[in-house]
Design a protein around this ligand. Structure first.
Ligand code: SF4
Length: 373
């Protein structure tokens, strides 16, 4: 393993529009590169500019905490922070990969997040996060904390092939059970399922069933992308060695596509399988309202609920008009409650959307949303 210590200019990644998958306006990568070395990781693709051989080279942002302290300090900020979860994890390096044991950047980042009074959402594949249960409980008491783990399935043997550097799914599930017992909300990111391997209904059902048995608060689902270049080449090399018969199937669904996406037919078929299984086990397919209703501003609450409605309708194979309204609302400077009488002047807001927005503004929820959930 090659280790490089680097200095970062910024740490907080900002999203102008709230990310309704994670309920977050802010995220961070404390490390570049990831020793977990998942075969499908898109951090391997050229677009992320991770230097060296992915999986074997990690850069540590040694000044991360100093920079983050500056960035989180409200007195140094011209525009106020938007209230939302701060996302720790994802991107181009797991925040709890082995080197975290030595540098403790994630632990120190959590302490800062707590000090500045933010909720946090941790997404990882590493059981090392258990070390920080004390601080996560403190954050959860004053604000909120969510701990999520990602899985491509709950099968330990398949995981050993595609996720060679991480604890097996059985240990990740045990860790989720541990956090649930500690009173912290937990989610499963069933993402990505691996085409023709872990996307089989049997494997998906095993995962969803385990999530339901552990009483997890939600499952976020997604298929795999394979960007042409390093990511695709490496994945196909491992596939050729372990599942040579599947190469032709992959050629059929991964055509030339800038984002490495598979065909729409493929994604809609796995989405349908996921949807019916999640409904069978009655597990939320998005982070539920109870985990964010008291955190977000009214505009963000409306944006997230409309985006969740949009996602749930599309999962059912239905059309949804809500993304236009979401875009218009995300551009607003004023709170929606100041324009209750003129909502229909917003692009994409018709009578039905107006009704949903007004109900959210008045009650903090939407009966239409609740019905879909
Ligand atoms: S844990 Fe996440 S960031 Fe690390 S290699 Fe796996 S998919 Fe990539």
């Amino acid at each position: 393993m090659t280790l490089r210590e680097i200095e970062a200019k910024t740490i907080l990644r900002k999203h102008k529009k709230i990310d309704s998958w994670f309920l977050s306006h802010y995220g961070m990568n404390l490390y570049r590169g990831c020793a977990h070395n998942c075969v499908y990781c898109d951090g391997r693709s050229e677009g992320y500019y991770v230097n060296g051989e992915f999986g074997n080279a990690v850069a540590v942002k040694v000044n991360a905490i100093e920079v983050l302290r500056r960035e989180l300090n409200p007195r140094r900020k011209r525009t106020p922070f938007k209230r939302s979860y701060i996302m720790l994890g994802g991107g181009v390096g797991d925040s709890y990969q082995p080197i975290e044991e030595k540098y403790q950047l994630s632990r120190k980042a959590l302490q800062l997040i707590h000090g500045y009074n933010f909720p946090v959402h941790v997404l990882t594949k590493s059981t090392l996060v258990k070390r920080d249960v004390d601080i996560l409980k403190e954050i959860n008491k004053r604000n909120r904390a969510i701990v999520s783990f990602s899985f491509s399935s709950v099968n330990d043997e398949i995981s050993a092939i595609f996720e060679p550097g991480v604890p097996p799914p059985s240990e990740r599930l045990e860790t989720l059970a541990f956090f649930k017992k500690e009173g912290i909300a937990c989610g499963m990111f069933l993402l990505p399922v691996i085409p023709f391997i872990t996307d089989a209904p049997k494997f998906m059902e095993d995962s969803i069933k385990r999530a339901s048995e552990l009483n997890l608060d939600f499952i976020i689902f997604g298929g795999m992308t394979l960007k042409v270049g390093r990511q695709k080449d490496y994945f196909l090399k491992v596939l050729r060695k372990n599942y040579p018969d599947l190469l032709v199937e992959y050629e059929n669904i991964y055509k030339e596509n800038k984002w490495g996406e598979a065909t729409g037919e493929y994604y809609s078929s796995i989405n349908q399988t996921f949807n019916s299984l999640a409904k069978k086990y009655k597990i939320p397919r998005r982070i539920p309202l109870g985990l964010y209703e008291d955190i977000l501003s009214e505009n963000d609450l409306v944006i997230v609920m409309l985006e969740h409605i949009d996602y749930l309708l599309k999962l059912e194979g239905k059309k949804s008009p809500y993304s236009y309204a979401v875009y218009s609302i995300s551009q607003l400077k004023e709170p929606l409650s100041t324009m209750k009488d003129s909502l229909q002047t917003l692009k994409g807001v018709g009578k039905t959307t107006e009704r949903i927005i007004l109900e959210i503004l008045e009650t903090g929820s939407s009966s239409y949303y609740q019905k879909l959930f």
